[in-house]
Design a protein around this ligand. Structure first.
Ligand SMILES: Nc1c(C(=O)O)ncn1[C@@H]1O[C@H](COP(=O)(O)O)[C@@H](O)[C@H]1O
Length: 162
């Protein structure tokens, strides 16, 4: 059987971002999308960042999910070096509760977009779902799994709280 191509890269600025970014990974697992998770930092590993961003297309990735906290330059720097869609997840920082992460990711200059999600775990989960939605535009089986996920979610919401 042919191996599933690894179509999503999940990158994060630090190991400490993983408890947030694992929510994206869990969503991709649920939808049977193969991914590779890596630590890449614009600040601490600049050469790794350049190699990753310039090589992402060649590696076969179709979507990049990039999470970072604080002075979160990672998603924008990746976006500057690849034409692949980049989904930015603002990781909740201790000092400013992720407001810093959000503003540094969302305020991109026109010309280099980063699709910015909400702060924290909900944003990471939605980044996984948005990556799935992008891939589903050219993958009918995945579109079916995404629709099934939505239906199950709808069915799981009770009509009354008690
Ligand atoms: N924002 C960035 C970048 C970057 O943007 O390249 N690299 C690391 N970081 C962030 O620094 C925070 C603290 O990192 P540590 O916990 O390792 O001190 C993390 O949320 C990480 O994403």
């Amino acid at each position: 059987m042919a191996e599933t191509p690894v179509s999503v890269a999940i990158v994060m600025g630090s190991q400490s971002d993983w408890p947030t970014m694992i929510r994206a990974a869990e969503m991709l697992d649920k939808l049977e999308i193969a991914y590779d998770a890596r630590i890449v930092s614009a600040h601490r590993t600049p050469e790794r960042l350049v190699d990753f961003a310039k090589g992402a297309d060649g590696e076969g990735f179709k979507v990049v999910i990039a999470g970072a906290g604080g002075a979160a330059h990672l998603p924008g720097m990746i976006a500057s070096m690849t034409h692949l869609p980049v989904l930015g997840v603002p990781v909740q920082s201790k000092a400013l509760s992720g407001q810093d992460s959000l503003l540094s990711i969302v305020q991109m200059p026109a010309g280099i977009p980063v699709g910015t999600l909400a702060i924290g775990e909900a944003g990471a989960a939605n980044a996984g779902l948005l990556a799935a939605a992008i891939l589903a535009t050219s993958d009918e089986a995945l579109a079916g799994r995404l629709k099934a996920f939505r239906s199950e979610q709808t069915a799981s919401v009770a009509e009354r709280p008690v």
